[in-house]
Write a protein that binds this ligand. Sequence first.
Ligand SMILES: Nc1ncnc2c1ncn2[C@@H]1O[C@H](COP(=O)(O)OP(=O)(O)O)[C@@H](O)[C@H]1O
Ligand SMILES: [Mg+2]
Length: 520
Amino acid sequence: MKTGNDTLREIEVLIRARYPIIYILSWEEQRVLHWLMQVAKKRNKRLFEWSFSTGILEGGVPPSPQRIRSSTTKDPINALDEVIGQVEPAIYVFKDLHPFLTRNNFAVIRKLKDAANHIKDSYKTLIMVSPTLEIPPELEKDMTVVDFPLPEAEDFSNLLDRILAEVKDQPNVIIDIPPPAREQMLKAALGLTLNEAENVFAKTLVNDSRLTEQDIATIFAEKRQIIRKSGLLDYYDVDVEFGQVGGLDSLKEWLRTRALAFTDRAREYGLPNPKGVLLLGVQGCGKSLSAKAVSSLWKMPLLRLDMGRMFGSLVGSSEENIRQALRTAESIAPVILWLDEIDKALAGTRSSGSSDSGTTARVFGTFLTWLSEKKSPVFVIATANDISNLPPELLRKGRFDEIFFVDLPADNERPEIFAVHLRAHQRDPANFDLDLLAETSAGFSGAEIEEAVISGLFDAFAEDIEVTTRHIEKALRETVPLSKTMEVEIDRLRGWAEGRARPASSRETIVVERRRKIEI
Ligand SMILES: Nc1ncnc2c1ncn2[C@@H]1O[C@H](COP(=O)(O)OP(=O)(O)O)[C@@H](O)[C@H]1O
Ligand SMILES: [Mg+2]
């Protein structure tokens, strides 16, 4: 995972290599400034800050009434002129310059381009700090984007110390956090900005004048809220045990083998962090179910990335949204990042360039690059029902560790699935003829098997008797499975998967077809 120190080093290299404009993406101006002050000191450069409300100011000087405000440089064009005029080695940090780079601001865009050209031959660097990414095409080649990582546990530790020092003399405040609880508390805050964490810590303190182990839950709850607010990510409450997935033995085996893959011990052993899997296959056969089950098996939180919102959001900001979501996921890692029905969301990439001026393709590109370069303990589980919308880049080697094909449950998997759903409704599978049910349900998906069990329960309940094999069998016979109506699609999917994807179950699916032989 990229740490604050890595980023600092990266920025320093960019400054030394004289990249003219560095665009730092972050909500945390103060933290970024703090880091940049260190770089400036180390490189022996002066640091200046610009914002529309203050103009150019000497950086790092605490705000005071005496602080000279340079009103002429409030105007971004004047400010950029001053940057060009300055002769000393310096770093200029422009806070929220991005609103001046939208389409109609051609004067500022042009001036920034002039500044970039000029800066290349100087010891000056221009750094933009903004929460959103907005680069006009004219400046694309002059700017380098750096994602500023969210705070680490250590940053929160310092913050907590500061807060505790502030309240320690207040008589009615009770602080009771033994070291293990403190560690959990700091971990719970991962994913928040420093400001957000400060608010959360303060809020828990103000609530009851106490900061104790119990507050960890509050911090988690607050974090959920904040992450949800950010738009694309959602903490998913997993209520699925691994044992609730019937069949799919090969997939399960693969996942079990990697259950400890994200521990320190695995790193010491020399193993890389697994990247992720793509589960491709027939609808209703346990892909989403497996994604949820991995979370309980590995005891890692599950973050769902809302694909529809990712591509559907306002054109222009989607790229920033995905970057932000990935950054948040990395800060919470080890975590499972679940992209459900990726094929639906990607339907647009193939035709990109027409409808949304390539935004979908760019957003997807950002994701793919992240996926292939990713070293962080973020395990991606993507699911897809169809391949025709999947861009070939996604299926290339090196993106996922494995592509699994999830077919209709085989003859010997269906009894297991019946058992799972009977147990889910407090029935003992031993009281049912599972072989008969399995035979009757040839060609049924897991979801259809579940529906038949429930339907059987309803019928028996209406008859006011205990459910039997007969009730479920009847429900099965009244159902036309999707595999009948979608035979062609499923065959095509199977054909594609052969040789390209690994079967999620080791057993051959035999779709028993009973054809009546007609003699003429
Ligand atoms: N292999 C299975 N074992 C047990 N239940 C299953 C299985 N496959 C599907 N189901 C049932 O069907 C429901 C829908 O399956 P889901 O995983 O959402 O399908 P998809 O493959 O389309 O993502 C599940 O919630 C589960 O109840
Ligand atoms: Mg699904």
